[in-house]
Design a protein around this ligand. Structure first.
Ligand code: GTP
Ligand code: MG
Length: 613
């Protein structure tokens, strides 16, 4: 067996926000890939508009730097549990990983998830305790917890022998011993060169596994992956082996490798390198591209199952078609199925209703990002409340359960515990740092987390952080009764005015500004009582001859609560929808008129009575 000593392939893995992309910044900056006066900013790899807005990585991406003549291919991965599919998709390209752990937060549920994956893949780990510059860092404790995690997850003894570095990704420094003064990131590069094994090269004709796809208008589809065997050059004849073993013949157009943020066109690439090739217009992620001489498929990438589902339907609200560029069933269906090519943990299914599709993902955020992306592309549609995906295993109904970690203050323990009890959560751990900060760990069914995020941030006044990661499927714990109050639904179409909204504010909170166009059945606020009520927010004050008192002229409205897309999805009940268009996010009752809703609730009461007990 030969090795490519001129290459190292590493994945950077961690819990969300532990500093992966910032560490990539530091590596890129140190390897002098930018001009001296070039302004490069932060989180350079998070180039997608939604990534920049949300400050999180959504898609795994490749880059590379050269250190002392060795090319280090770097794969930056997302840390949010909803994007775990991205990590699963790309780690097979690497031989080693940098496991980042925040020096205050320590290992979190997603740290465990990604480390388990890396151990199963046989990656050689380097632990990087990050954010050394933060006050209150508790490095010794965090290291001990990380070691415990390795003891729990290591598959072979040599996986327990991992180097540890201490870094401040933000300052661009890393050291091998605590107490040393950090100068730059070179100790990390040295450690990678020394400890991460160079890629092994199997002898034989060309073979690569497609781990990612990209598109550009000039090159069309771009297949990205690691070459396991042989070499590849432009114009080489190749075959792709699909999921069913079917073989398609192609000619490679161009071959690229990575260097910093660029694709570098090359005349040839060899086993061990991570490359992008063009010319294969029907290839999919998971397919093998190989020489026609020996078209053997590599094992396909295994991706975890989705846990949450919701429907995407054509917009049938009274305002349908007025704001979007793509509004038809055909356009919606084509767009959703196209997403499956790159979004591997997503599933799309047709339903009995031709204009509604069932979309399954790894969490609410996974689905919300798809919705937001589509709306920015000009799509208009309606989505339902997310539901946890249940299934039957050996004759038993099972449901997904998650580990929920909450970092909060002592004063919120009681209220959070009470809220979560109603959602069938079980407290499994509680740690206090002696300074009013507490970490609570719960096991909670996924269905109990839907609609929880809004309630959580209100209850803790935005001062707490929650994180949830899939744990396992467990026997169904029973139904949860919704505790949300009723809504204020507009009773007429028109323009909302201050007077009407002021009346609505007498009943609860409102979601819209005066001047907003509303339709009958559109949700304009939250009632302070359990029942829905219809209210005319377009109602003007009656004109009389008597002069209004000054207080009547200047009604002061409380500013509306404006729900973001994620909050809107989290808010709605089963008989409600979120209408998404490029210009607006509206909430609506499924049944728009009050008459329809009343008839429906009395008929469902009648049929409930008929059910045998
Ligand atoms: N103080 C301090 N902050 C850091 C350090 N490294 C990263 N951060 C900050 O932590 C936040 C998250 O950093 P990212 O690099 O986006 O984290 P990430 O792991 O890539 O996050 P995801 O990709 O979303 O999982 C940002 O605000 C960074 O500025 C560090 O060494 N010290
Ligand atoms: Mg990131």
């Amino acid at each position: 067996m030969n090795y490519r000593s001129d290459i190292r392939n590493i994945a950077i893995i961690a819990h969300v926000d532990h500093g992966k992309t910032t560490l990539v910044d530091a590596m890129l900056k140190q390897s002098k890939v930018f001009r001296n006066n070039q302004v490069v900013g932060e989180l350079i790899m998070d180039q997608n508009a939604l990534e920049r807005e949300k400050g999180i990585t959504i898609m795994a991406k490749n880059t590379a730097v050269v250190y002392q003549g060795v090319k280090i291919n770097i794969i930056d991965t997302p840390g949010h549990a909803d994007f775990s599919g991205e990590v699963e998709r790309v780690v097979s390209m690497a031989d080693g990983c940098l496991l980042l752990v925040d020096s205050i937060e320590g290992p979190m549920p997603q740290t465990k998830f990604v480390l388990r994956l890396a151990m199963e893949m046989g990656l050689k780990p380097i632990v990087v305790i990050n954010k050394l510059d933060r006050r209150n860092s508790r490095i010794a404790e965090v290291l001990k917890l990380t070691e415990d995690l390795f003891l729990e997850l290591a598959i072979s003894a040599d996986q327990l022998d991992f180097p540890v570095l201490y870094a401040s990704a933000r300052e661009g420094t890393a050291v091998t011993e605590l107490g040393m003064k950090g100068k730059d990131i070179a100790p990390l590069f040295e450690c990678i060169l020394e400890k991460i094994p160079p890629p092994k090269i199997e002898s034989g004709p060309f073979q690569m596994l497609v781990s990612n796809l990209d598109y550009d208008s000039h090159n069309g589809k771009i297949a990205i992956g690691r070459i396991w065997r042989g070499k590849v050059a432009p114009h080489d004849p190749v075959v792709s082996v699909g999921v069913d073993g079917s073989v398609t013949h192609y000619e490679i157009s161009e071959v690229f490798t990575y260097l910093s943020l660029k694709h570098l066109k090359v005349e040839e690439a060899k086993a061990g390198d991570i490359v992008a090739v063009t010319g294969l217009d029907k290839v999919n992620i998971g397919d093998t591209i190989a020489s026609p001489e020996q078209p053997e498929a590599l094992p396909r990438i295994e991706i975890g199952e989705p846990t949450v589902e919701m429907t995407f339907g054509v917009n049938i609200s009274p305002f349908a078609g007025s704001e979007g560029r793509f509004c038809t069933t055909r356009q919606l269906r084509a767009r959703l199925y196209r997403e499956l090519e790159t979004n591997l943990s997503l599933r799309v299914q047709d339903t009995d209703s031709p204009d509604t599709f069932l979309v399954k993902g790894r969490g609410e955020l996974h689905l919300a990002i798809l919705i937001e992306t589509m709306r920015r592309e000009g799509y208009e549609f309606e989505v339902s409340r997310p539901e946890a995906i249940t299934k039957i295993v050996d004759g038993t109904l099972v449901e997904p359960v998650e580990v929920l970690t909450i970092d909060t203050k002592d004063e919120y323990i009681a209220v959070l515990t009470e809220m979560l009890n109603k959602r069938q959560a079980q407290l499994t751990d509680m740690r206090n740092d002696g300074h009013d900060n507490v970490r609570l760990v719960f096991h909670v069914p996924t269905k109990g987390l839907i609609g929880f995020r809004n309630a959580f941030s209100t209850a803790t006044r935005g001062e707490s952080i929650m994180n949830a990661t899939f744990l396992s499927y467990e026997p169904y714990h029973g139904d949860i009764i919704s505790t949300r109050n009723g809504v204020l639904a507009a009773s007429e179409q028109g323009i909302a005015v201050t007077y009407g909204l002021n009346n609505a504010q007498g009943r609860g909170f409102t979601f819209i500004e005066p001047g907003t166009l509303v339709y009958e059945g559109m949700i304009v606020g939250l009632n302070s009582r359990p029942k829905d009520i219809a209210i005319n927010v377009c109602k003007e004050k009656k004109k009389t001859n008597i002069r209004a008192s000054r207080s009547d002229i200047a009604i002061k409205l409380t500013p509306p609560i404006q729900l973001s897309l994620e909050q809107a999805i989290d808010f709605i009940n089963n008989d409600e929808l979120v209408e998404v268009t490029p210009g607006n996010i509206r909430l609506r009752k499924k049944l728009l008129t009050q008459g329809q809703r009343l008839r429906n609730s009395s008929s469902s009461r009648r049929s409930a009575k008929k059910q045998p007990i």
